[in-house]
Design a protein around this ligand. Structure first.
Ligand SMILES: Cc1cc2nc3c(=O)[nH]c(=O)nc-3n(C[C@H](O)[C@H](O)[C@H](O)COP(=O)(O)O)c2cc1C
Length: 344
């Protein structure tokens, strides 16, 4: 039986990848993940803000050196603020150490919303030994005067610039909030993207009623969130010239199998690892093997995309026809919703 898959042109021993989180920012955890069967690891992102802070800091150091005594340099800390993760130099050092610590592919991650510094750092990341780069373009389109077309052009510009500056495969962690995800994925692939991670999870503030203010806590994902990436993996599989990874909502072996059936080449998880520990990766990797063995499935390739749009016998499940059918047959009475609590 073979669990081997191809993702971003890399041969992976199985489809399971640990996605970017603080867990993948510690060398000990990378070893634990490898021992538990992870086929690749995405490092926590290097953030645009960190690159910019370092650039500003360097400029300030140069100015201080020019205008006053060299001792003034010591007043400048290595970086102005430290929101999350590692600053560029330490990030590159971490990529090097990660590469040495494990033998599975290390995917570095860049997170931002403009070109600032990304091209240069992509090159450094390549030199540091990463096997691929994941771009997370975290942009909340607050500006109501900016059109979808303009935002997409902006994304394409960044992807093209990064892809043309390195030889590494580059994947894009897509947002699901686009009006034409498929068209955008095809366009990004034409501009060099080797794969897509479905999807990026935006921060969604909640409201604290006792204080009447917005709060920004980070909730781990719920398995129900898998439905959206599952749908889009199924729609894109075999129709876009790039690899697909599902990310968001993966908790069980069954979730992994569903992702493969939909058409994912790789399956990523973070929340499950943060909840149950790095060793939980073994539950997913061995679970997948057992699931396939019990059904005498010889390879991942035999199930991948079997339920994708392209290979689907009945495509109505993706369309308005099925939607209307579901609505028509949905029970109207509250009794049918047991065990949900009644509101009288
Ligand atoms: C605490 C935490 C930190 C994260 N840091 C990053 C990050 O640095 N870069 C990134 O692209 N995604 C980051 N993510 C998002 C995860 O990589 C992943 O896409 C998301 O949690 C959805 O997957 P899941 O349902 O398996 O958790 C982070 C998630 C969490 C919970």
């Amino acid at each position: 039986m073979s669990l081997i898959t191809r993702y971003l042109g890399l041969t992976l021993k199985n489809p399971m990848i640990a996605s970017a989180s603080p867990l993948t920012g510690k060398i000990d955890n990378l070893r634990l993940l490898e021992d538990a069967g992870a086929a690749a690891i995405v490092l926590p992102s290097l953030f645009q803000e960190q690159i910019e802070a370092e650039t500003e800091n360097q400029a300030a150091r140069v100015a201080a050196f020019a205008n006053s005594s060299p001792e003034a340099l010591s007043y400048f800390p290595a970086a102005a603020t430290r929101p999350y993760g590692l600053y560029p130099e330490r990030y590159l050092d971490f990529v090097r150490r990660a590469k040495e610590a494990v033998s599975i592919p290390i995917i570095a991650s860049l997170n931002g919303s403009s070109r600032a510094g990304w091209i240069e750092y992509s090159k450094h990341i390549e030199q540091a030994g990463a096997s691929a780069i994941e771009l997370n373009m975290y942009l909340v389109p607050i500006n109501l005067l900016e059109s979808g077309r303009e935002i997409e052009a902006h994304y394409i510009d960044i992807v093209e610039a990064v892809c043309s500056s390195v030889h590494l495969p580059v994947s894009v962690k897509l947002t699901p909030y686009l009006s034409a995800i498929g068209h955008f994925a095809v366009t990004l692939a034409e501009h060099g993207a080797a794969g897509f991670v479905l999807f990026n999870r935006l921060m969604e503030p909640d409201i604290d009623l006792s204080q009447m203010k917005l709060t920004h806590t980070l909730e781990l994902s719920d398995p129900a969130e898998l439905r959206l990436p599952l749908l889009w993996a199924a729609i894109l599989a075999g129709r876009v010239d790039a690899s697909l990874a599902i990310s968001t909502g993966i908790r069980t072996t069954e979730d992994v199998v569903k992702s493969l059936l939909a058409g994912a080449d790789a399956v990523m998880t973070t929340s499950a690892l943060l909840r149950y520990g790095a060793g939980y990766m073994a539950t997913l990797t061995t679970g997948l093997g057992q699931w396939m063995e019990e059904r005498e499935i010889a390879s991942v390739a035999d199930i991948r995309g079997r339920l994708s749009w392209q290979r689907s016998q009945d495509r109505s499940v993706y369309t308005r026809t099925d939607y209307l059918h579901i609505l028509e047959h949905y029970p109207a009475s509250a009794e049918n919703h047991f065990p949900f609590p009644r509101i009288d």
